[in-house]
Design a protein around this ligand. Sequence first.
Ligand code: AHR
Length: 511
Amino acid sequence: MSQARITIDRDFTIADVPRRLFGSFVEHMGRCVYTGIFEPGHPAADARGFRADVLELVREMGPTVIRYPGGNFVSGYRWEDGVGPVEDRPVRMDGAWHTIETNAFGLHEFMEWSREADVEVMEAINLGTRGVEAARSLVEYANHPGGTYWSDLRRSNGAADPFGIKLWCLGNELDGPWQIGHKTAHEYGRLAQETAKAMKLVDPSIELVAVGSSNRQMPTFGTWEHTVLTHTYDEVDYISMHAYYQEHDGDTASFLADAVDMDAFIDGVVATIDAVKAAGKHRKRVDISFDEWNVWNQDQYNQVEAAEIAAAGWREHPRLIEDVYSMTDAVVVGTLLHSLLRHGDRVRIANQAQLVNVIAPIRSEEDGPAWRQASFWPFARMARMARGTILRLAVSSSQVTTNRYGDVDEIDAVATWDEESGRLALFVANRSLDSDAVVDLDLRGLRATGIRSAEVLAAPSGADRRAVNTEQNPDAVRLRPLEDVAVDDGGVRLTLPAVSWAAVEFDVAQS
Ligand code: AHR
């Protein structure tokens, strides 16, 4: 049993909780849209083809904003294909995922679905094969009230009121050679700048995200951000980050510490943004949209799936990257959310990729059921409980030795305090593979008066660590009550099993 202390001071704050941090992502990829959120003819589908069983799980999970329609898909997409009478829409080849795209689902369907799911829409434009003209037409179509060509077309397609989409991504992963329309940083920077200008001429109220590096290992990481922001700083509000993590060669200790990499990645991008700000004598601040993150076994994709996809020929909604998440994966997802929240002063938007079936917290089967993956739980709890202000914690704990990151804190935590409701939420993980940890909370300026809820995902043994939820056994991995938690003289003591993630909510009074 190891010991840890977390000091939480009411006056040491990071930022307000950015509610857009709990975002998700729906791409026209695999079975995320088709047989995921949309399956006409499914017993649970409504007249529009929206699956009510999936929608119910989405509402329970609580994403606040959803990025759409890609991803790599968007770099070859013509948005006009997805509007107008469905029977007139063209069937296209999607080169990004070697898939037949019927366009039965498009912008209007996604806007309606988003209203049902109660989420904000974050729309990505194609800067791979297209540019300024297609982008400004789409903003006019979506956001202009009427009386012009594109806005009247929207109205004639059944949406009298503008969609009012505020958040727009200026393309996707254009630094990557795999991207359709891959560009150098200069090429992309100039195109993004001019496209941003034209989009804001149509609707000055929109917020824009420039494309950052596809991952921290890209050879152009750092110089890409610097060059792109040098071109676009005045026009954009955010730069994107993407990161996927996985267990390499059975190295669970390093995998459990991957949030250390995410922390460093974010710090590096913040430094680059601020260097461009200083050099350009800009006054405004550009923030981060971490608009793709998750656990994803990319080795499996690169070494096996990519070849299978190519060999299988052109199909509609094939199964793609339907990773099945274990209890350990869920603990890592929890710590990645900690990292995002700890950086909530600069990471103002984040999207877990993706929402349904494709590396997703929610799974569904064609003509079958929908269920929660293990990774559903940390997201669902943090999206619901992280409210008010993010607090800056001082954590003192034993160290875990890892191959990738050296010695890292065994205990990883983040907390939020909602002054209005008098609630303090603590999210905390134990990264040790073999040792339970007793954690003391030293509260300053606050006094715990009661425990509202205390739940834990725990994988103390090897078998538990590999546990997953399946169609046949959908509740094998779920949150259970955290028994060892007690309020004592305004402070708190709790015990966390090895390899676990917990969400605890306290009533607090100011002292
Ligand atoms: O989320 C899956 C894919 O990962 C996205 O299409 C792409 O942007 C990223 O490389």
